[in-house]
Design a protein around this ligand. Structure first.
Ligand code: TXA
Ligand code: MG
Length: 321
């Protein structure tokens, strides 16, 4: 089947209340008609996601935000103009007509316009906004290839659109406009520096004071294998004689002894590292190692999103994920 025909079929499925996995520039999404509560309920079932964790609504045109949100503050408009289509999600007060299941009963809505031709064509042909979380089982790493989706949710989704590997590789940046000052709820594919260059200082709440980001559990995006970011002997001692995998940011200077090594970017490029992150962790996870030790990454630009995901993966806090 040609790409166009497959998108057409996927759109028919969405219109009939089905669930379709589709590529975006960040990660693969698991989509349904945002105005069909039963279809959206299936997303939660397939993902085994708790109903109190709201979904992002995807649009194919910035002008659709007016129909979904009560008002768009001028700074939000500036970000939309600068970064859409792209890896940026904004949180606004929602219009009543959006079903509660999409927003987990919150009066707010997370919305974005993805920068991927297949995602945009799917939304357009479906003739509705598409509610979609990342297409992974709840708490696991987001998928960045169609294969990842097939491996984990293949039997449960009605169709998977294959658009190849996702070029950005980490989820969208989420900025909330509910308070006086814009607030960064999740670092992601658009860097904080880029956002602040357009609208000035943005609040960055600590993990504990993120009342408005119900899905931002400390332990999220986690592989099965324990992962640590601390290379200290004390941390590694209990793993003497065990199988340890290394997740390196760049080419190592010395030879490192390990059962398997993944290098995110030989030349230490943050964009390349982000694009490789989840697939590299998945490969290490498949080796059934006792531990993954991840090299910390400079927290600038996309490095902030990468470190956020690594910290969550490493979190041994209560497993809400
Ligand atoms: O790049 C992305 O954003 C991908 C692709 C598929 O678009 N989607 C994605 O969705 O990462 P998900 O569901 O895995 O993560 C969305 C996050 C969750 O942490 C959720 O709690 C938060 O967005 N969220 C959704 N609606 C919200 C709202 N109204 N207020 C605050 N946070 C919200
Ligand atoms: Mg997710």
């Amino acid at each position: 089947m040609t790409g166009d025909r497959k998108i057409h079929r996927a759109a028919q499925i969405i219109k009939k209340g089905g669930v379709v996995a589709f590529p975006t520039e960040t990660v693969y999404g698991l989509g349904a008609d945002a105005f069909n509560p039963l279809a959206v309920a299936r997303i939660f079932e397939v993902k085994r996601r708790p109903y109190f964790d709201p979904l992002i609504v995807h649009v194919a045109n910035p002008s659709n935000v007016k129909k979904l949100a009560k008002e768009t503050p001028s700074n939000a408009k500036k970000l939309i103009e600068r970064f859409w289509p792209g890896p940026l999600t904004i949180v606004l007060l929602k219009e009543e007509k959006i079903p509660d299941i999409v927003t987990a009963g919150l009066p707010t809505l997370a919305v974005r316009m993805p920068n991927h031709p297949m995602a945009l064509a799917l939304i357009e042909e479906s003739e509705c906004p598409i509610a979609a979380p990342s297409a992974n089982p709840f708490g696991y790493l987001s998928p960045t290839t169609a294969e990842h989706v097939r491996d984990q949710l293949g039997d449960e989704v009605d169709l998977i659109l294959d658009g190849g590997p996702c070029p950005v590789g980490v989820e969208s940046t989420i900025v909330s406009f509910l308070e006086e000052k814009p607030m960064l709820l999740r670092p992601g594919g658009v860097s904080l520096e880029e956002i602040e260059s357009v609208i000035g200082k943005v609040d960055i709440p600590s993990i504990e004071d993120r009342p408005s980001a119900p899905g931002m559990f400390p332990k999220h995006y986690a592989p099965r294998t324990p992962i640590v970011l601390d290379w200290s002997q004390e941390n590694l001692d209990p793993y003497q004689g065990k199988k340890i995998g290394l997740l390196l940011f760049q080419e190592p200077k010395d030879h490192l002894e390990s059962h398997s090594v993944e290098i995110l970017s030989m030349k230490g490029d943050l964009r390349e590292a982000a694009a490789n992150l989840f697939a590299a962790i998945r490969r290490l996870d498949a080796f059934h190692l006792d531990l993954i030790v991840a090299e910390p990454i400079p927290e600038v630009g996309l490095g902030r999103a990468i470190m956020d995901r690594l910290r969550r993966a490493a979190s041994r806090g209560e497993c809400h994920s």
